[in-house]
Design a protein around this ligand. Structure first.
Ligand code: GDP
Length: 429
């Protein structure tokens, strides 16, 4: 079964980058399907550290085709910078293809992102200010500029003229100066010249790849609870990081997906604002943050840390129809002591099975915990489940039982070799 979606099962930063890189060594296509350079992946190979915001981690494999799908919004400047750095570090890269239907992020998107966030005052969403939200707003408002138009000099001129007239009116409303057409067109035309060779009909390529039973890995960005519809709205991203987003953002149909693996941390983190039922605002939370070096790849912000929320994880398994889970960062919990896991939500004295849609209700949810024994010592040398102590094994079993989803892989450190494969049958089938 050669198509596999790797999705973030929580609020992002679950260490998808390492997993996609590791499984991607086998894949013929690695495909990003949502978001833009608001996502961040870290891949560590030996002493080399790669930080990707746009490029699929599969770009590091010379025989792989790395695709930026139609559901993405792409900042040309950011992409070219990333491409230059990666090309300088690694002589042989995979083939890059950019969807002609993906949308382009422009400086006015970034400007409006900051202005809108400022205007929200105390109700800030915690955006990364990369212009992603405003770029998706333009897409929905039928005002976006697609890659196909961007790399066509005449069409680009006409479209940018029309769109910039509207954007300048929006900037004026915020009391901001206009953006001049000439310099913007010139600068972005030079980016378009460099990106043109990579732009093509990736939907068709991927449909062909799927029909030819090629190994295609769809790489989710962010996480399930940052999804525009399934996440903790309004503290969400503007696209669809969930597994079904792989269909929306690449032009393949739902029956073309064979397996879905959800990556989750052994605990929970969240960046930016929004309710967080199992948050630890005490020394245990601080210890997890320090031991796990929980600081954002894209923003550098310290992440909020808390106990593993199994109610949310169970919901995530269902939303994504997960074949299996990948539990990462088990090593970070070493030495924390007894571990709590959230097995129930209570709202106004009643048990509820899943997250309420009203964000105000969610902020009032009280967690019901079970306590499991913790573990000590360095887990990183383990290579099989039996190398891990009994308490780690029971923690993993508890996750499986509660979510009714098998755990396929454990990650116990950042390096490729610090990984324990439990269910190879759930990867490519
Ligand atoms: P992503 O966006 O989901 O890829 O997550 P990030 O890249 O923001 O965070 C993952 C970080 O965790 C990277 O620095 C990885 O090298 C590191 N990492 C991956 N797996 C593990 C693990 O099992 N244990 C530890 N301690 N770090 C890990």
């Amino acid at each position: 079964m050669p198509t596999l979606v790797i999705v973030g099962a929580q609020w992002g930063d679950e260490a998808k980058g390492k997993i996609v890189d590791w499984l991607g060594s086998d894949a013929e296509y690695v495909v990003r399907y949502s978001g833009g350079n608001n996502a961040g992946h870290t891949v560590i190979i030996g002493d080399q550290v790669f930080k990707f915001h746009l490029l699929p981690a599969g770009i590091l494999h010379p025989n792989c085709v790395a695709v930026l799908g139609s559901g993405m919004v792409i900042c040309p400047e950011g992409l070219l910078k990333e491409l230059d750095v990666t090309q300088a570090a690694q002589a042989r890269l995979g083939t890059l293809k950019i969807s002609s239907a993906a949308h382009v992020v422009f400086p006015y998107h970034r400007k409006l992102d900051m202005l809108e966030e400022e205007a929200r005052g105390a109700n800030k969403i915690g955006t990364t200010s990369r212009g992603i939200g405003p770029a998706y707003q333009d897409k929905v408002a039928r005002m976006g500029i697609r890659m196909a138009e961007f790399v066509h000099p005449q069409h680009f001129r006409t479209r940018l003229e029309a769109v910039l007239a509207v954007k300048n009116k929006q900037l004026e409303m915020f009391g901001e100066p206009k953006i001049e057409f000439g310099p913007l067109f010139e600068q972005y035309s030079s980016y378009a010249d460099r990106l043109r060779p990579y732009v093509c009909d990736t939907d068709w390529d991927l449909q062909e790849a799927v029909a030819g039973r090629k190994k295609v890995l769809f790489e989710g960005a962010q996480g399930t609870f940052l999804d525009l519809d399934c996440g903790t709205y309004p503290y969400v991203t503007s696209s669809h990081p969930i597994a079904s987003g792989a269909c929306l953002g690449t032009g393949i149909g739902p029956r073309a997906i064979d397996n879905v693996l959800g990556v989750c941390k052994a605990y929970t983190t969240r960046v930016g604002s929004g309710p967080f039922v199992t948050e630890l605002e005490d020394e245990i939370g601080a210890k997890i943050r320090e031991q796990g070096q929980e600081y954002g790849t894209t923003t550098g912000r310290g992440r909020r840390c808390g106990w593993l929320d199994l109610v949310a994880l169970r919901q995530s398994c269902r939303i994504n129809s997960m074949s299996g889970l990948i539990v990462t960062r088990l090593d970070v919990l070493s030495g924390i002591g007894d571990l709590k896991v959230c097995t129930g939500y209570r709202l106004d004295g009643r048990d509820i099975p899943s997250m309420p849609a009203n964000i105000d209700d969610l902020s009032r949810v009280e967690p019901v915990y079970e306590t499991l024994p913790g573990w000590e010592g360095d887990l990183r040398s383990a290579r099989a489940l039996s190398d891990l102590g009994r308490n780690v094994q029971s923690y993993v079993k508890f996750i499986e039982d509660f979510t009714q989803t098998p755990v396929a892989i454990l990650s116990i450190g950042p390096d490729r070799k610090e990984t324990v494969m439990l269910r190879p049958d759930l990867i490519w089938g």
